[in-house]
Design a protein around this ligand. Sequence first.
Ligand code: SF4
Length: 203
Amino acid sequence: MSKIETFGISWRKRIQLTIRSLRLKLGLRPFRFVDRRNGLVVFVPHCALNQNSRVDGTAERRAAVHELIQGLLDRGIGIVQLPCPELLLIGLDRADSPIREILLEAQPQARLCDMACEVANQIQQYRSCGIKVLGILGKNGSPTCGAEQTYENGQIRSGKGLFIEKLHQILETRNMPTNIIGYIDSAPLESLETIDYWLNQQL
Ligand code: SF4
């Protein structure tokens, strides 16, 4: 790091940066970041932060599930927004589309696999740098993002949606155990109770 880059940085921080760079060179991980981050993240479905991605007739909120999002921020937890596979693979105007059937076709299956791999890569990257990934939230009742409940043949049934199932399989294959639970828009506080449990496990 040049003198110009270090100008204005306290001696304490310079020493921390030097130690970190030495640890990196020696391959010693995880290291601690020398800034204010809390080192905690949760992955949430895209539509928890952006209801505009929902299929017509299913957005229960104006913009986001704010109790859930606010609850995470209040706990100092970073929020990672998962992709919305239905929006990316089928489109926004999909109310009349057979979502599950389309996503089961070969090309969408390959894309779902790519998306799930990218999420697993992010989790791996966070963990390798000492960031705690508390878990992943799914959207129960979704044919794509459900965690405990999905949608098939016109009804809710128990099981994972196609994207969360793929993600779960990839995490298992890579031996990366990760908490996964589902939430519903009408009961976000129940999910926060589970997140508190995950938090306590980390302390
Ligand atoms: S549940 Fe998943 S697929 Fe459905 S709108 Fe939300 S992010 Fe998109």
